[in-house]
Write a protein that binds this ligand. Structure first.
Ligand code: AP5
Ligand code: MG
Length: 194
């Protein structure tokens, strides 16, 4: 099994690059943002609770997100591996993920951190907001998401750096060029299937 965390601020390209990675390497994609938006659109109790935080650009409480992830890992017992996109976002989430994977006798192998300058992040997200329908793609909420990233999520990079798993990747080149760089790192662990 090969498990990858795709790390980076809002708008850095985690979702975009995950799509390419899961197809090229036949991995399962787990995006907590997508899972939460699905709960919101189905008006589940979890979704109703999560929406209060998401609309303000704040992180959803750890226990909500961790509970959701556990089930998703169990849903794919024969997976070649997982790409975690937008998770873990806090140290308690990272520790919980390590425990879940240990229970499955596996681990996180690699963490690729996309780096994009802040003005470019804002430009991309405001641009996406025109068509995405995402309630958090407005300029004021984007600013809050970026602030939340710096205060709560960026420290998670240190957690993985201490374990020797963190690699930084420049994320403001074209989508194709960024994918090439990510692939060079992944190829050290796993060969493409396509
Ligand atoms: P989430 O859905 O994870 O959003 P995010 O991290 O804020 O980031 P985005 O999904 O907006 O950006 P991305 O990095 O995926 O970039 P993308 O590929 O889309 O989280 C949303 C909310 O849910 C959070 O605020 C929180 O409330 C909650 N949540 C989720 N996970 C949580 C967790 N674990 N714990 C607690 N709360 C959680 O690209 C962005 C745009 O840029 C697109 O338009 C794309 O086409 C474009 N683009 C991508 N790459 C390039 C490129 N190279 N050049 C030009 N444009 C590009
Ligand atoms: Mg995303």
């Amino acid at each position: 099994m090969f498990n990858l965390v795709l790390f980076g601020p809002p708008g850095s390209g985690k979702g975009t690059q995950s799509e390419n990675i899961v197809t090229t390497y036949n991995l399962q994609h787990i995006s907590t943002g997508d899972l939460l938006r699905d709960e919101v659109s189905r008006h589940t109790p979890l979704g109703t609770e999560a929406k209060k935080y998401m609309d303000q650009g704040m992180l959803v409480p750890d226990e909500v997100v961790i509970g959701m992830i556990s089930g998703k890992i169990d849903d794919a017992p024969d997976a070649r591996g997982f790409v975690f996109d937008g998770f873990p976002r806090t140290r308690p989430q990272a520790e919980a993920l390590d425990k879940l994977l240990e229970f499955k006798q596996t681990k996180i192998h690699l963490v690729l951190a996309l780096e994009v300058p802040e003005p470019e992040l804002v430009k991309r997200l405001v641009g996406r907001g025109v068509t995405s329908g995402r309630s958090d793609d407005t300029e004021d909420v984007i600013a809050k998401r970026i602030k939340e990233y710096h205060s709560k999520t960026q420290p998670v990079a240190n957690y993985y750096n201490e374990q020797g798993k963190l690699e930084h990747v420049t994320g403001d080149h074209t989508i194709a060029d960024t994918f090439k760089t990510l692939s060079k790192h992944i190829n050290k662990y796993l060969l493409p299937v396509t």
